[in-house]
Design a protein around this ligand. Sequence first.
Ligand SMILES: Cc1ncc(COP(=O)(O)O)c(C=O)c1O
Length: 397
Amino acid sequence: MFETLEATSPDPILALMQQFRKDERSGKVDLGVGVYRDGEGQTPVLQAVKEAEKRLYEEETTKSYVSPSGDAVFCDSMRQLVFGQSIPSERVKGIQTPGGSGALRVLADLLISVNPGSRTWVSDPTWPNHLPMLLQAGHKLERYPYYDAAKSTVDFDAMMQSLQSASAGDVVLLHGCCHNPTGADLNQEQWHAVADLCEKNGLLPFVDMAYQGFADGLEEDAQGIRILARKLPEMVVATSCSKNLALYRERTGCALMLAGTETAAANSASRAVSLIRANYSMPPDHGASMTRIILQDPALTEQWKAELESMRARMERLRQEFADALRKRSNSDRFDYIAGQKGMFSRLPLSESQVDKLRNEHGIYMVGDGRINVAGLPDNSAEAMDDLATKIVGVMS
Ligand SMILES: Cc1ncc(COP(=O)(O)O)c(C=O)c1O
């Protein structure tokens, strides 16, 4: 059977990472990778996680299965982080999943099982993996324009005009904060307008919350979701602990379902459980257990929040330093937008051939669409930042 298969082309970001590793130039810069890096280029284990892991080692008495829906205390902590006090807690049910990707897929399966004919509207551009994930779950995809590349801002008018064509029962996939790949987020007024449109036309928001705490802070970053939740009877949210708790490989996330009533929420969770049972059966436990330990202990929670805040503040500082260096080298305000965007990613206004030139001639690596990970920018070296800005402006002229 397998001899009929042809090799699939490697994921472009993974291929870029491999190429970077093999590059022997000493001044190479990695702006392509999709994980947080500190000033030493490491993705460290958080101290709060180390402590929780120690406690888990001491306290754990079994490796028997958790249930398909996972640990109820973990799920409730995730509900609290995302929705706060915005809605009655009994209207939300959470299911522990293998990472944010697992949550996205569980929710994609749930939505298609409830409404097989629905269309799902996805921002253009979006995280590339959204597309195969939704397609494989059976969604019919529609795209809405999101980004004005000339102005480096959200093209909100075009987005709203396009979403006018969505019909009742259609799903709208939104990034809760830190839009990947653009770093351009909706403001509060725009979230209200999206909520109004969803209410008026019966659209269901499906929010991907992969970076809570990376934009403006844990509470601030949840405002968009809470605006939707206060207004709408139903929505779903995929959360991830990969970035904000740096638990990447522990595969920790949560699928949250908000329904009009407690019974409807419980029934949506029970449908999701039957889909999970027929898929991976049970979620992994280790990351969720550590997260539960952290969020149940006020001192550990504070420690985690301080570590998260230092990652967030560092990215904000690097954004500003990079924008300043580009302003100086380009003698224009063309790059000022970088300082105001959110999270780990922004897009540089570069063509693919300019991206190739930066990589081939200068060892500066970024994704082909000009997406950069700001956490990979040179830290504490004004000279290295200036050098980077000079090379970028150089390929553009
Ligand atoms: C927008 C977006 N959603 C979801 C994910 C998935 O995260 P996880 O590693 O938790 O599956 C990512 C990871 O890069 C992402 O960027």
